[in-house]
Design a protein around this ligand. Structure first.
Ligand code: SF4
Length: 73
């Protein structure tokens, strides 16, 4: 069973596989606008509405936990 969390705000969205997310935080440290925050070992995309579509977070995750992102579908 998958455990996918979707974050959606202002026409920006991202889906994160929480089973794959290890809370490493590479997405959080590399996102230029601070979309992500690691809370209790899992990443939260609380500011997804500020995303500028750079694609860095999806490339940064070694576990491929960031599944879908509106800009690259
Ligand atoms: S695409 Fe870029 S700006 Fe958007 S959440 Fe990912 S790293 Fe942040």
């Amino acid at each position: 069973m998958t455990n996918i969390k979707r974050w959606d705000e202002d026409n920006h969205w991202v889906e994160i596989d929480l089973d794959r997310c290890m809370g490493l935080g590479d997405c959080a440290s590399k996102c230029p606008v601070g979309v992500y925050k690691v809370i209790n070992g899992k990443v939260h995309a609380e500011k997804i509405g500020e995303c500028i579509e750079c694609g860095t977070c999806q490339r940064a995750c070694p576990f491929k936990a960031i599944l879908n992102h509106w800009a690259w579908k």
